[in-house]
Design a protein. Sequence first.
Length: 236
Amino acid sequence: MLQLRNVTHAYDGRTVLRDVTLDLAEHRIGLIGANGSGKSTLARTLNGLVVPDSGSVLLDGKDTRRHAREIRRRVGFVFSDAATQILMPTVAEDVALGVRGGDAERRVEEILRRHGLDGHRDHPAHLLSGGQKQMLALASVLVTDPEILVCDEPTTLLDLHNTKVIERTLRALPQQVVLLTHQLDTLAGFDRVLVMDGGRIVFDGAPEPAVAHYTALMERRAAETGEPAAGGEAGR
Ligand SMILES: Nc1ncnc2c1ncn2[C@@H]1O[C@H](COP(=O)(O)OP(=O)(O)OP(=O)(O)O)[C@@H](O)[C@H]1O
């Protein structure tokens, strides 16, 4: 289980995570909050991409500070901009990058087939559509067989169809998933949704009350600043 203990983190003296303590045990966990509330930073602490200034992040009791390699292997990370995650010239080569061992070829073929990429195996990865790129980024992480998947807005750049395809794929995974999103309807059926604001978890519960809390928070904020209420992400 992933655990955060009094996690605090600042960039250039500006605190973006404030004393966050969490046990992440549920199978499907959503993380929502306004731009800049600290979601990505929190997500990045989960596999050691960010090591907090103070406090600790533990996987089964092992600190990301001291077990970075192991934790990065066990906790896969998918970014919203898949292009930054695609490292190899062709689709099959990119997936193969994460595989070790004798049955590598078989596993690459299987994962390409499972994610609808087998027809594209020798295609240049940079020529794929946005949806295919995101599927490739996901496949290249899944082929490493992580126990937990952290997805940082994986559908932000996708159209509705591809959003649904990725959502369906994530839903069907056996792995624990921590999903950051501004697409609030994606969270229906999740076991737990965390709402972040100003580097703190301000709500922790079921999807419906979490979304209601977040929407109300954004409306309050809009009223305070005189901006139109609940435009953009909060209205979705
Ligand atoms: N590497 C960095 N160096 C300096 N500041 C950073 C860095 N990464 C993030 N920040 C700042 O920290 C704050 C929190 O950012 P973070 O990306 O964690 O928020 P977020 O909730 O994921 O936002 P979004 O919804 O826009 O992705 C923001 O103000 C951001 O500008």
